[in-house]
Design a protein around this ligand. Structure first.
Ligand SMILES: *[C@@H]1O[C@H](CO)[C@@H](O)[C@H](O)[C@H]1NC(C)=O
Ligand SMILES: *[C@@H]1O[C@H](CO)[C@@H](O)[C@H](O)[C@H]1NC(C)=O
Ligand SMILES: *[C@@H]1O[C@H](CO)[C@@H](O)[C@H](O)[C@H]1NC(C)=O
Ligand SMILES: *[C@@H]1O[C@H](CO)[C@@H](O)[C@H](O)[C@H]1NC(C)=O
Ligand SMILES: *[C@@H]1O[C@H](CO)[C@@H](O)[C@H](O)[C@H]1NC(C)=O
Ligand SMILES: [Ca+2]
Ligand SMILES: [Ca+2]
Ligand SMILES: [Ca+2]
Length: 713
């Protein structure tokens, strides 16, 4: 009796059937099937010797009678579980009932329910919009929420963690923001002052950043509006979207106060018009890389980005260099039914999804709002993948509270290991390491309970390693669908020994393709396991005539797989206008490509072992106990260089940045050339006739950061 009731008891809490539900909610008691608060027992019965199905109900009646209670029937669909109530008007503390149930041969376990009611009560917030925050606790569509309440019940609310919203400003004076506002993490790059307060102007509606911040850290139980996912965390704002945005501004934003800010929530990106191919420019890229190396004392800033809202235009987040970057956590959206909404974008680099708005009849996200212009300080209408990314950022804050030394890669790993498969109608595929991924849903739904439990027991993964193939010059014509150009590159055990990779994380392919109509090109990567990734989807609206110049596509779909083996690129031309589909229409050429593998020396067996550990942690036992894995102290990162910004200093910074970039590229070449001509690889490559020359293409991995030190990866 001592240990077994508890798991079942917790299970009951979440499998709440209508009778139980009406019992928990503290409303005037209704007649049966509910009982008065504090006057009910949950029992599990078993027949023992009497095997008759139909008599369980009668057995419940009998047991109830013997214990001086009355049976209110089976609890929902839980076979053998019954709700027994005190008979109205009798002595509340009749101790006889417990003793009778204890001794009864047919009672497997029992529990008086008032304890359950009390644990639930801690989550009753007085915020008027909390009941409609379905993404936190969905009482209508069960399971369609981020499953965070059990985490909060264990007092895990993001304490000690700061999330910064990089956006159009943050109205930090709002009742729901002010107590959790972090001025130390904030800045205004549009006006060059420390205060990210959004500006009012006649054209723009700068409420976006404030809405995102509310989703993360809206203050609970203040009788105002809503509650944030990580309501014990601090939230900062970096105002950068209200005006012309330059590469250097973006670079500054990504590293701003990066020893204060732990998570950067970015609900924006290049135009979602279905024909843009763009991403962070050199400084922004360098800042992302510097952020993961030096942010958070070297554990790495966590950059959470939205997958984009170009679904209506057939846009794909692999044409968005922020989503595509290995340094970001790319988050897509599902609606309240767990389906991909019309606006959402899919891609092979998407890590996971979480909730947001959907079709007109479905609910949107309820959160804080600015109170300027026509705003009331509260909204029920936050929409798009913009609303999904901050929920993810809040969940990361919860993870960092229980384990502050998780690295930027640990966070991505944990998401991969814990996201859950929901909508079975989409293109799920299980990869060679047993992870399921869909281009539409990433690895699945983010689940705060699973994320936090796993974070608690997660040992830091080995350092990042990478393998770069040479630039493979092809100059091959891309044939029209259904024909395709197939190119392969074998990664040998010797290659991998040099690079130190055993299992994969991200796989990236950098291509240069000329094509008179870029949107016709479709590119698929096949990993050694046979797992396919649609890294470059066709896009009907993309009529660009310049093709791709050293564009890097990436995929997470081979995560955890063994790195060794043959990688193939399948490129085909979907001619949209021609009914005949003649070969003569295919005018595209694949000029060159390059394969980059990211991963670590983690063995395949360890990946499997970690998966088992993750599932073992789900009972919550590690959250409940004093269990903790020691954390290293982290690096001593020198304080930020504070530059008083003027237009001129910006220009100088830009110039310096470009200079540093050139230097680092030169340095890179020096380093890589001998490696490429080393034994083995060079020889086999030459034999294939594919290897021609090393291109000085932009290489994120080896680029020297612009600011400060790092002797990281
Ligand atoms: C919220 O405030 C009410 C009083 O307004 C209080 O009774 C309740 O316990 C509080 N809930 C939490 C979770 O602190
Ligand atoms: C949701 O969280 C509860 C703990 O609060 C846990 O028992 C349950 O298994 C979780 N559900 C899922 C689907 O992970
Ligand atoms: C909850 O956590 C906060 C911050 O870690 C701490 O100050 C507080 O005492 C905790 N409350 C309980 C009831 O454990
Ligand atoms: C690459 O590996 C595949 C099978 O693993 C093999 O058939 C093929 O010949 C190899 N190619 C080269 C160039 O070594
Ligand atoms: C946690 O540790 C403290 C002191 O080390 C101890 O007093 C307490 O009983 C422990 N709690 C649990 C749940 O193990
Ligand atoms: Ca300002
Ligand atoms: Ca509130
Ligand atoms: Ca997009």
């Amino acid at each position: 009796m001592a240990s077994s009731p508890f798991p079942l008891f917790t299970a009951l809490l979440f499998l709440t059937s209508p009778p139980l539900l009406s019992f928990f909610i503290l409303e005037p008691p209704t007649p049966p099937p509910s009982c008065e608060p504090g006057r009910s027992w949950v029992v599990q019965l078993s027949h023992n010797s009497e095997p008759h199905e139909s008599s369980l109900d009668e057995l419940a009646e009998r047991v109830a009678l013997e214990a001086g209670l009355e049976s209110h029937g089976q609890i929902g669909q839980l076979h053998g579980h019954y709700l027994l109530c005190h008979v109205a008007g009798e002595d509340e503390n009749a101790p006889g009932a417990g003793r009778t149930l204890d001794a009864h041969p047919h009672v497997v376990w029992h529990k008086q329910e008032n304890i359950l009611r009390r644990s639930k009560r801690s989550l009753v917030f007085n915020d008027p919009k909390y009941p409609s925050q379905w993404h936190l606790h969905n009482d209508v569509r069960l399971g369609m929420d981020i499953n965070v309440t059990g985490v909060w019940e264990r007092n895990i609310t993001g304490a000690g963690v700061t999330v910064v919203v990089v956006d159009d400003g943050l109205q930090h004076t709002l009742e729901d923001i002010q107590p959790n506002y972090s001025p130390e993490g904030s800045y205004d790059l549009n006006s060059n002052d420390p205060d990210p307060m959004p500006h009012l102007d006649s054209h723009s509606d700068n409420h976006h950043g404030t809405r995102c911040a509310g989703e993360i850290a809206a203050v609970p139980n203040n009788s105002f509006c809503a509650v944030g996912v990580a309501y014990g965390s601090k939230v900062a704002g970096i105002r950068v979207l209200d005006g012309p945005l330059t590469d250097s501004m973006e670079a500054v934003a990504f590293n701003k106060h990066y020893q204060v800010n732990d998570v950067y929530s970015c609900s924006w990106g290049p135009d979602d018009d279905g024909r843009t191919v763009d991403g962070p420019h050199p400084l922004g890229q360098a800042a992302l890389q510097h952020g993961v190396a030096a942010g958070r004392k070297g554990f790495g800033s966590i950059f959470v980005v939205a997958s984009g809202n170009g679904g209506l235009y057939n846009d794909n987040c692999n044409y968005d260099g922020y989503a595509n970057s290995i340094y970001t956590v790319t988050v897509g959206a599902v609606d309240e039914n767990g389906k991909m909404p019309f606006y959402a974008e899919e891609c092979a680099s998407m890590l996971a999804v979480t909730f947001s708005s959907g079709g007109r009849q479905l609910r949107s996200i309820v959160t804080s709002d600015w109170s300027l212009q026509h705003g009331t300080g509260c909204t029920e209408g936050h929409t798009g993948t913009s609303a999904a990314a901050p929920l993810a950022a809040g969940m990361v804050a919860l993870m960092l509270q229980v384990r502050p030394c998780l690295t930027w890669r640990d966070v991505q790993h944990i998401i991969t290991y814990t996201a859950t498969q929901y909508d079975t109608d989409v293109d799920w595929e299980t990869n060679g390491a047993g992870f399921h991924h869909s281009h539409k849903h990433g690895f699945g739904l983010l689940n705060a309970w699973r994320l936090v439990n796993t974070a608690k027991v997660w040992e830091t993964v080995p350092v990042l390693a990478s393998y770069h193939s040479p630039v493979l010059r092809e100059g091959e014509i891309i044939p029209a669908f259904p024909k395709k150009l197939i190119l392969s590159w074998n990664v040998t055990a010797v290659d991998l020994k040099q690079s130190g990779i055993k299992t994969l994380e991200h796989v990236a392919v950098t291509v240069t393709i000329t094509h008179p109509r870029r949107g016709n090109v479709e590119t698929v990567l096949v990993c050694p396991s046979g797992m396919t990734s649609l890294i470059g989807a066709k896009r009907a609206l993309d009529t660009d005539t310049t093709g791709f110049t050293d564009w890097t596509f990436s995929t997470v779909r081979c995560w955890g797989e063994q790195a060794v083996g043959q990688y193939s690129l399948h490129v085909t031309d979907h001619i949209f206008s021609s009914p005949s589909g003649e070969d003569s229409f295919s005018l595209g050429t694949l000029k060159r490509w390059k394969l980059t593998l990211y991963g670590s020396e983690m063995s395949f067996q360890e990946v499997l072992d970690r998966k088992r550990l993750v599932e073992e942690s789900m009972s919550g036992q590690f959250l409940n106990s004093n269990f903790s894995i020691p954390c290293p102290p982290g690096l001593d990162i020198p304080p930020e260089v504070e530059i008083p910004f003027t237009f001129n200093t910006l220009k100088i910074l830009l110039l310096l940045g470009c200079f540093a970039l050139c230097c680092s590229l030169y340095y890179m070449l020096e380093l890589m050339l001998p490696h490429l001509h080393g034994p083995g690889r060079g020889a086999s490559a030459a034999k294939d006739g594919q290897f021609l020359e090393m291109q000085p293409d932009i290489d994120l991995e080896a680029k020297t950061p612009l600011i400060g030190n790092d002797d990281d990866t």
